[in-house]
Write a protein that binds this ligand. Structure first.
Ligand code: GYE
Length: 306
């Protein structure tokens, strides 16, 4: 899993800081870009990164955080696979005097003294943007619109918050109905499998909202396998705006893509440096993001970094 091999002494602002980072896994294009961004930014900032990749398991993340505590790293950062169940290990970090930065996904805790800041996207806003597009797109539609949802990993912040934001936005039109919703674990294989099931059980799906590009692209395969046209017979909205997602959008297989930016490395290193030197930082740092339709996708694709 890379990282950790560079132990040369450093003199830059963040130089020499030892950062333990526990990553969720390698489930999606988003995740791979996020890991690469953090590795690259650590190298640039001369931060000594100990990267552990958890294979989507909370237990692995808790074990990694305990190892970081035992190794007395300067700062711990992690992207929590699910929202709940972190209080105990975060208390251990606090007792050891090691600051923790939560990045990408959020934690659900009543004790906000357990972490210094949260860096990442507004997932509720992402879900809302998906819903708002749908309301607008079906403005003149008569009769019910049947929606299926392929959710992200059960219990994860992006799954919980994208679902909520989406549901809130589509409330505006009572014809818009979510008829089925299942966990696709943010992967292509998961998206394909869940969509196959939906297609067997429901003959009249109008719309798919997939919580990320990979699950949506897996679903595209499943839709094509039954002889339907993704983007035409079934309208598809996804989140991330990875290169593969935007390519499918440019080709008309997806209809609308909400951006979720994984390139958090430079901002994370800045926060790490500040936290280590005791400078004040905001409790929450939200990443700026946009949305894409087909034309917008074509325009940005040549320079898309992830
Ligand atoms: O949308 C998905 C990834 O936590 C925002 O996790 C991240 C999500 C992202 O697997 O592709």
């Amino acid at each position: 899993c890379g990282g950790g091999e560079d132990t040369a002494p450093r003199s830059a602002a963040q130089g020499g800081i030892r950062l333990g980072f526990s990553q969720v896994g390698a489930e999606s294009a988003w995740r791979l870009a996020n890991t690469a961004s953090i590795e690259h930014a650590a190298t640039n900032a001369s931060v000594q990164l100990d990267l552990r990749v958890a294979d989507g398991k909370q237990d692995n993340q808790i074990a990694a955080i305990r190892e970081f505590i035992a190794a007395k790293v300067d700062v711990i950062a992690f992207s929590p696979v699910v929202e709940s169940g972190w209080d105990k290990v975060l208390q251990e970090a606090k007792d050891a005097g090691i600051p923790v930065i939560v990045t990408d996904r959020t934690v659900d805790t009543t004790d906000t003294s357990l972490f210094a800041t949260v860096l990442g996207s507004d997932f509720t806003a992402e879900g809302r943007k998906a819903g708002e597009w749908l309301v607008e797109h079906f403005r003149d539609h008569k009769g019910p619109v049947q929606i299926v949802e392929i959710e992200g990993t059960t219990g994860s912040a992006p799954a919980n918050q994208r679902r909520t934001g989406f549901a809130d936005a589509i409330k505006a039109d009572t014809d818009l109905k979510v008829i089925d919703s299942r966990d696709g674990n943010f992967t292509r294989a998961g998206g394909e499998q869940v969509m196959s099931g939906f297609l067997q059980e429901h003959s009249d799906i109008d719309v798919l909202f997939a919580h990320n590009d990979d699950a949506g692209l897996g679903a595209v395969k499943a839709i094509e396998a039954v002889g339907k046209r993704p983007g035409e017979d079934i309208k598809i909205i996804t989140v991330d705006a990875s290169r593969d997602g935007l390519s499918a959008l440019a080709e008309g297989r997806l209809n609308y893509v909400i951006e979720c930016n994984p390139l958090l490395g430079p901002q994370l290193m800045e926060l790490v440096g500040k936290v280590k030197t005791g400078q004040s930082i905001p409790r929450r740092v939200v990443v700026d993001e946009t949305t894409f339709d087909r034309e917008a996708a074509k325009a940005v694709l040549p320079n898309r970094q992830y």
